[in-house]
Ligand binder design. Structure first.
Ligand code: MN
Length: 355
């Protein structure tokens, strides 16, 4: 079904045959989750190329409309054979996923074929809208992440290190059926929390500090993403105000999520609220992103985005305020867009927590 949607997009510009090299896109279209594969969507046939390690597995999962082709010594030669069968002198390729080296070596190996880079990621744009099976997995991934939050609230205390927390998160996810974290967890205490993409280290978590935890799991190939900020032992007035501002900005934005609203409008709700409280310059990143097979995928929720949200997109809403040298607060939830509104998939409390 997804392939037929892709074919409709390719037909517009007659961009056949189309070579898919992005492994997430390949997984989406074929179910294949190995590390080496090439999918050619042609006018006549569809071909999936992989090596002998994956032959039996591929044949067991491929639908009837995709033919398995065993990769020879040179993948270009194997692709060339498929193109001969298609009777085509063109090959359209996904420019976002191919390295320049791959492109040049394919160009050399496919003499007489015109390689045509396609900059728009068609498959990712199809992936924006989740089907029921994907939504079900994402809901489970969100629930495991909520369970991890509950676990951490019992585990975290002053004196342990950021790295202890990051390790605990990974262990929890693996113990609960996930293949691991969807990205390196951000566990940022005190001043580190002022950096939105901080990397945790051996720093001890101290009393009086904020602790920002941004984490997610990978479950059956799908990713969750959540951020909570808690405070250790005490919180001062300044951070109390910052926390309430982020919390309210996130709530107002969540309340506005529904099919049809533009990403620009959503961003302006969060940014407007934060700016009106005097912290505008301290919210220095985008509002959120789509998530699914990739932890960051389309749509990008940003200031200049004209894209309208559609039913069954799964996105994050994650405003934050970051004060250099002092710390920061971010609150992030995963949200399913519905026709009339939204369903927030991560349900961990956002009340101020001081532990
Ligand atoms: Mn995120």
């Amino acid at each position: 079904m997804a392939i037929s949607r892709l074919k409709k997009m390719l037909a517009k510009g007659d961009e056949y045959p189309f070579l898919i090299t992005d492994l997430k896109n390949i997984k989406y279209l074929t179910g294949f989750s190995g590390s080496n594969g090439y999918l050619i969507v042609g006018k006549k046939h569809n071909y999936f190329i992989s090596d002998s390690r994956y032959e039996l597995y591929s044949k067991s999962i491929l639908k009837k409309n995709i033919r398995f082709v065993l990769q020879g010594d040179s993948v270009s030669e194997t692709i060339g054979r498929c193109l001969t069968e298609e009777g085509s002198k063109n090959l359209f390729v996904e420019s976002h996923s191919m390295t320049l080296q791959q492109f040049l070596s394919m160009k050399k190996g496919l003499r007489g074929i015109k390689l045509q880079p396609v900059s728009e990621d068609y498959v990712n744009s199809i992936r924006m809208i989740k089907n029921d099976a994907e939504i079900e997995i994402l809901k489970r991934a969100a629930a495991i992440t909520d369970d991890c939050v509950s676990h951490l609230l019992k585990y975290v205390r002053a004196g342990i290190t950021e790295w202890d927390v990051a390790t605990e998160i990974e262990y929890f996810y693996r113990k609960n059926g996930c293949s691991g974290c969807s990205f390196d967890s951000i566990v940022a205490s005190g001043p580190g929390a002022a950096m939105p993409h901080y990397m945790p280290g051996n720093k001890k978590i101290n009393k009086g500090e904020c602790l920002l935890i941004d984490m997610g799991c990978t479950l059956e190939g799908y990713n969750s993403d959540l951020t909570r900020t808690i405070f250790i032992d005490s919180i001062d007035d300044k951070f109390n105000r910052i926390y309430e501002t982020v919390k309210e900005a996130q709530k107002e934005t969540l309340d506005a999520v529904k099919a049809g609203i533009t990403t620009r409008k959503l961003d302006s709700i969060a940014r407007g609220y934060i700016s009106s409280h005097g912290y505008g310059e301290y919210f220095n990143h985008g509002l959120g992103h789509g998530l699914g097979l990739d932890v960051h995928e389309l749509p990008a929720l940003k200031r200049d985005g004209d894209l309208k949200l559609m039913k069954n997109m799964v996105i994050t809403i994650e405003p934050g305020i970051y004060i250099p040298e002092l710390g920061g607060v971010r609150i992030e939830d995963m949200v399913l867009v519905t026709q009339k509104g939204r369903e927030v998939l991560t349900r961990s409390s956002k009340e101020l927590i001081v532990i």
